[in-house]
Design a protein around this ligand. Structure first.
Ligand code: C5P
Length: 239
């Protein structure tokens, strides 16, 4: 049985391994997974993965959001698979072959998630990127299109916003994992940050999210442990 904590993914968006390690120690009893992104991985490489393994039982999400020609993605994914992490990401982008290459490179050793449309992207961004206007008017159509490609390529699931997760689950099944960033609890500040398509933790759970990526509301809280407990209570209430 999954508990509220298992739903919480904390991104270690910090510049040094030392700072990140402090958060690993503080939050290891409060979150189910730590996410290591580009900033920290470029800086600390395997050192931070090792720290997480030593300091906690949490899962590891190596969120490198690959996007390149299929062969380069396949080879990079083979390296990621060697790090023994639980999840990783590839942009759905414009090519099914790139996603297939990602899954092939992962060889079943790491769950590959397709990044559909970043939660920081607005309708205006879609419009100015040259997409058909119907995708700017209904971003969810683009998310569904990309999720369909990801599923067909063999991805374990997708990263999508909490506003789209219900549709994703209805279309692609409960087993198709939905990792949801852009979570903003009512008590967190952050009205002026870069996330656009945000939902509360309860909304994300009610819509069917499997994992909630919650960064700044925990990282920037005066007491991250207490913020994580408040988050867990809200998740518990919604489950
Ligand atoms: O909660 P907060 O906005 O601080 O979370 C930021 C984290 O969520 C970053 O690590 C970012 O890479 C991740 N993210 C993501 N996919 C998105 C949007 C944000 O993985 N679509």
């Amino acid at each position: 049985m999954r508990t509220a904590k298992d739903y919480i993914v904390f991104p270690l968006d910090l510049p040094t391994v030392e700072q990140a390690s402090r958060y690993v120690r503080r939050l290891s009893d409060h979150v189910g997974m730590f996410k290591v992104g580009l900033e920290l991985f470029v800086r600390g490489g395997n050192r931070i993965l090792q720290t997480i393994r030593n300091e906690s039982d949490a899962k590891i999400f190596l969120d490198l959001k690959l996007h390149d020609i299929p062969e380069t993605v396949r080879r990079a994914m083979m390296q990621i698979a060697g790090w023994k992490v639980d999840f990783t990401t590839v942009h759905c982008g414009e090519s099914a072959r790139m996603l297939e290459a990602a899954v092939e490179g992962g060889a079943g050793k790491v769950a590959v998630l397709g990044v559909t449309v970043l939660t920081s992207v607005s309708a205006e961004d879609i419009w100015t990127s040259g997409f058909e206007s119907r995708y700017a008017e209904n971003i969810i159509d683009l998310v569904v299109l990309r999720a369909k490609t990801a599923k067909a390529a063999g991805c374990k699931g997708v990263v999508c916003s909490g506003r789209e997760v219900r549709t994703i689950k209805e279309r692609f099944g409960a087993d198709f994992t939905a990792m949801v960033p852009g979570i903003r609890p009512a008590w967190s500040l952050g009205e002026n940050d870069d996330q656009k398509r945000v939902v509360t933790p309860a909304e994300a759970i009610e819509n069917g999210a499997d994992y909630l990526v919650v960064g700044r509301p925990l990282r920037d809280a005066e007491e991250p442990e207490i913020a994580a407990e408040m988050l867990a209570a809200e998740i518990e209430g919604a489950l």
